[in-house]
Design a protein around this ligand. Structure first.
Ligand code: FAD
Length: 506
């Protein structure tokens, strides 16, 4: 038991010596003159001397933050050409989650692979889907990108904030390995910069020896710069199931008479029932709707029936429900008269008025989201921008565009099916910060900005814009017709100035 202790002491001394000597070591000036798109950093490189193990700490002389594969190739080629005279070493650093300094390069150059990770990820769908990624990309980002296409890598590690290059240099093992093998068994192709500075594409068919060597190769044969990773269909998440069920219901021949969905996120109180068709009086049932810490996707459905048809209707409902994926213990049914159901929000209004809550500010936001983008929308907005629905209900349900007449002035997204997503909060004055009007308005802005940045093709319903440039963008190709109609029927712009579309000439 003496040996390990002694070697530990030796290491500690070694460590100190290196750190001290660094103050005097000089970085070869020839490297500084190399033409790279990225840059070197010589100070504040502490991060490159640290890792998850937090036991070894060797500072490099410099860190390269590459912008391209050729930056990496240029540096390595330069050192290779110097021959054995140069003592300089190079370590690729992924996310630095090694345990014992594996991604460190004492007095050498650490290549910060994550600075390559901004490069585009390309998901290829089809029979054998795959994704091309930078080796500096974190697996968590790859997951999110692939899910947009309903796909995902097959094999994982337990923790996803690790880089592709880092795990492929080891193996990448987790609970899927029994079925798919480790991550290194699920790679089709790599781009590698060898220790001679050569950029090489390798796969089972091409440069197979390098391919097999690099996978699990502990970074010894080359730096992986890109990888092509095999994908499979991702299991559908709750939102996908919810969306699929709704899309099935609106397209089925024999279906419900009313189909709406709502999202309940992290709600601390009971379901906000101001617009719900049924009264959750049973406390056991009501408590199920507490969504503290979770997200519930609910469907609200009705089936109309005449007296004497109850049995037949029960059978129809049962058959329709059997096609849906819901939590059986969370199925609630109630009966209401036709008018009672249709006038349900008024019943709520009376209640809210009696408490003085009907006249609060209502920063509502209604959006029409194309079906193909509803998953990206859900991912970006529910649980990310919107972290709870305590301020009011959020409705999400699809409609068929074929039921709309395209000669009207309504503006719709460009797809046959689109979703209405309605955020219907009320701003409680002098309440906690998160209920305030300003907070709710800033959430709306973040949602709109996200839709814009992610190019989701969303249209506002009950639109609100303040400039004509925005209105033009909203109407798109319909703008000309809208303007023509305005000049035909209200040429003096007398009508509805509150829409802020046309201004009356003074
Ligand atoms: P780094 O630590 O930065 O680098 C690791 C090694 O790979 C270094 O030698 C480095 O030089 C080299 N390297 C990095 N990038 C490249 C590249 N692009 N080309 C060539 N070489 C490169 N592993 C599993 O298999 N399964 C798990 O479930 C798992 N869970 C973990 C959970 C936690 C919390 C942690 C900290 C680690 C876990 N690991 C697991 C281990 C992990 O896979 C390895 O430590 C991995 O190397 C970390 O990746 P990284 O991006 O942080 O790599």
């Amino acid at each position: 038991s003496i040996l390990p202790i002694r070697s530990f002491i030796v290491l500690l001394i070694g460590c100190l010596a290196i750190n001290l000597s660094l103050c005097f070591s000089s970085f070869p000036s020839s490297i500084k003159t190399l033409n790279v798109e990225g840059h070197f950093s010589f100070d504040n490189n502490e991060f490159a001397a640290r890792d998850f193990g937090n036991r070894f700490r060797f500072l490099p002389s410099a860190v390269l933050h590459p912008k391209s594969v050729s930056d990496i190739a240029t540096i390595i080629k330069h050192i290779w050409q110097k021959g054995p005279g140069s003592k300089l070493t190079v370590a690729a650093r992924g996310h630095g989650h090694s345990l014992q300094g594996q991604a460190q390069a004492p007095q050498g150059i650490v290549i910060n692979m994550e600075s390559l990770s901004g490069q585009e990820m390309k998901v290829h769908t089809g029979r054998f889907p795959y994704v091309d990624v930078s080796a500096g990309e974190l697996w968590i980002n790859i997951l999110h990108e692939c899910l947009k296409f309903g796909l995902a890598p097959k094999s994982w590690t337990d923790y996803l904030h690790l880089t592709v290059g880092g795990t492929l240099s080891n193996a990448g093992i987790s609970g899927q390995a029994f079925r798919h093998g480790p991550q290194i068994s699920n790679v089709h192709q790599l781009e590698v910069v060898t220790g001679k500075g050569e950029v090489t594409i390798c796969s089972e068919e091409q440069n197979a020896d390098l391919f097999h060597g690099v996978l699990g190769g502990l970074g010894q044969f080359g730096i992986i710069t890109r990888a092509r990773i095999s994908l499979e269909p991702a299991p559908k998440d709750d939102f996908s199931t919810f969306a699929r069920d709704q899309e099935y219901l609106i397209s089925a021949q024999n279906t419900f008479d009313y189909i709406e969905g709502l999202v309940i996120i992290n709600k601390t109180g009971l379901i906000n029932n101001w617009r719900s068709s049924f009264n959750l009086q049973d406390p056991v049932q009501a408590s199920q709707f507490k969504s503290d810490g979770r997200t519930l996707f609910c469907l609200e459905l009705t089936k109309n029936f005449n007296p004497g048809e109850a049995d037949k209707i029960d059978q129809e409902i049962e058959s329709l429900l059997s096609r849906l994926s819901y939590i059986p213990s969370m199925l609630f049914m109630s009966e209401a008269s036709y008018v009672e159901f249709l006038d349900r929000v008024h019943a709520a209004e009376i209640k809210l008025r009696s408490k003085g809550l009907w006249d609060l500010p209502h920063p509502w936001l209604n959006l029409l989201v194309p079906k193909s983008k509803i998953h990206s929308f859900s991912e970006g907005v529910f649980g990310n921008i919107l972290t709870d629905t305590n301020n009011g209900p959020v409705l999400v349900y699809p409609v068929n565009k074929s039921k709309w007449d395209n000669r009207t002035s309504s503006v719709l997204p460009e797809e046959d099916i689109f979703y209405l997503v309605a955020f219907l909060p009320q701003a409680v004055p002098l309440s906690t910060e998160n209920d305030g009007l300003e907070h709710l308005l800033s959430l709306n802005k973040r949602i709109l900005d996200y839709c814009e940045e992610a190019n989701l093709g969303v249209k506002q319903y009950l639109p609100y814009y303040t400039t004509q440039v925005e209105w033009r963008a909203h109407f798109g190709q319909q703008w000309e017709v809208f303007v023509r109609r305005k000049s035909a029927y209200d040429p003096l712009a007398i009508l509805a100035p509150g829409q802020r579309i046309f201004r009356k000439a003074i």
